[in-house]
Design a protein around this ligand. Structure first.
Ligand code: SAM
Ligand code: SF4
Length: 452
């Protein structure tokens, strides 16, 4: 059965992976809406089905191929399929062979060209690609961002990555590092506050490798900003209550970032600083560009800050050649730093990356064991350390209500979830900021009562 032209101008988009993908999707959705498409919430209603994919680990990558297999039969109804993001860039035209019902394959560096690609799809072209822009100096800037959260908004300040860690696909899938001008970032921040946003999160694979470009329209030498200066300037935009940034790379993490947090109260007291391993030997094999001691020096700067900065990290266990002694160094580092959260992953060998051909692979059961040990240790650390908040007052941004538990859900400036009760009759609004006293703690969240 052929679909009507109108129904074909509907799309369904599912996103996998990191915050960058979520925000890229907001921009892709905005672009489609501006092209006259309507977003629908099921595959069945859609003329165009898009997957914004992640290939950071093998499991993430497999998800999209499962989805494509599940819905292949819908092609007979005239529906078109598109694969966007990291798997699209990594696999390129091979996707057409593996899933012949796909007609669009487009990496994130090519999203700027989506309007032209959509026109080709609408004209009935069977295979449309956007794969040749990884060397571009341009960012995907658009006035059409379909933001999904009315209070917290994301701004990408830097795209791509030039670091080439031995295990990571990002430099191959997202292309070379390129920053937006600080003028453009600040203009977007001001537009957002005009629309009522009070929290802004600056995004980039390595947000603190930010380099304000010269010579772009609207940029002058005198107004060029470092990352810390940009952070402070966003924090000073009238109407802003909270500024977050993720992810920071330890090599480019300067003391000026801590100074900015000290000086500008709207900058949240939370830093996500992925360490990956506590062993300098493994850091070297991973090509991370810092030693354990240099990483700990940055932690010391944060610990000396005027406000207590909550520190979180990412860890990879079972990198090729990781010995028991290396792993013990990672466990020791968790103790020493006292992270408020650790995102830990089993090493996953990825296409094109140097570590794919490294010797001494760690068997999967051993990786699973190390992951289990590491997470148990971190649970212990958090169970003990979250108690430090009991009895303190925190300001939270209200995110919603958990009806089943008769609790409100809030988020602290440290980026912790704080579930709280309110006196009868009180009804805090989503997006408002309210004071809460902490009365209890769990390994991953806090409990409290609204202060009236
Ligand atoms: N740019 C950030 C940095 O340098 O820390 C991280 C970006 S990456 C999207 C997020 C996390 O995924 C990394 O910090 C790392 O812990 C994890 N990761 C990346 N490649 C991986 C791989 N091949 N296997 C397992 N985990 C991986
Ligand atoms: Fe991947 Fe390393 Fe770049 Fe982070 S810094 S995105 S881990 S290559």
């Amino acid at each position: 059965m052929a679909m009507s032209a109108d129904a074909q101008k509907t799309f369904y988009l599912e996103v996998f992976g990191c915050q960058m993908n979520v925000h890229d999707s907001e921009k892709v959705i905005g672009t489609l809406l501006a092209q006259g498409y309507r977003q629908v919430s099921t595959v069945e209603e859609a003329g165009l089905i898009l997957y914004n994919t992640c290939s950071i680990r093998d499991k993430a990558e497999q998800k999209v191929f499962h989805r494509l297999a599940d819905y292949k039969k819908l092609q007979a109804q005239g529906k078109r399929f598109g694969v966007l993001g990291c798997v699209a860039q990594q696999e390129g035209e091979k996707i057409f062979e593996r899933a012949p019902h796909v007609s669009l394959v487009c990496g994130s560096a090519s999203y700027r060209n989506l309007p032209q690609m959509l026109i080709q799809i609408e004209a009935g072209k069977q295979r449309v690609t956007g794969l040749d822009d990884r060397e571009t100096d341009e960012c995907f800037e658009t006035e059409f961002t379909a933001r999904t959260n009315p209070h917290r908004g994301y701004i990408t300040i830097i795209e791509g990555c030039d670091k080439f860690c031995a295990y990571c696909v990002v430099p191959y899938t997202r292309g070379k590092e390129r920053s937006r001008t600080s003028e453009s970032v600040l203009a977007e921040a001001r537009q957002m506050t005009d629309l009522g946003y009070t929290e802004i999160q600056l995004l980039g694979q390595n947000v603190n490798s930010y380099k304000d470009p010269e010579g772009n329209p609207g940029s002058s030498k005198s107004s060029k900003k470092t990352f810390a200066e940009l952070l402070a300037a966003v924090g000073e935009v009238p109407g802003i209550r909270r500024v977050r940034f993720t992810t920071s790379h330890p090599r480019d993490f300067g003391r000026d970032i801590v100074d900015a947090i000290d000086a500008v109260p709207t900058l949240c007291d939370h830093v996500h600083l992925p360490v990956q391993t506590g062993s300098t030997r493994v850091l070297d094999a991973m090509q991370r560009l810092y030693t354990r001691d240099q990483y700990l020096e940055r932690i010391a700067w944060m610990k000396a800050a005027k406000r207590e900065i909550s520190i979180t990290t990412d860890v990879i266990v079972g990198f090729p050649g990781e010995t028991e002694a290396d792993f013990a160094e990672t466990l020791g580092l968790l103790e020493e730093v006292g992270y408020d959260a650790v995102f830990a992953f089993k090493y996953s060998p990825r296409p094109n990356t140097p570590s794919l051909s490294m010797e001494d692979a760690i068997p999967d059961e051993e990786k699973a064991r190390r992951l289990e040990v590491l997470m148990a240790k971190q649970r212990e650390i958090q169970s003990a350390s979250y108690k430090r908040y009991i009895g303190t007052h925190c300001e939270v941004m209200v995110e919603g209500r958990n009806e089943a538990r008769a609790q409100w859900i809030g988020r602290t400036t440290h980026n912790k979830t704080l579930n709280f009760t309110v006196p009868e009759g009180a009804n805090p609004k989503a997006g408002s900021y309210v004071p809460v006293i902490v009365t209890g703690s769990f390994p991953n969240s806090l409990l409290g009562e609204l202060v009236v």
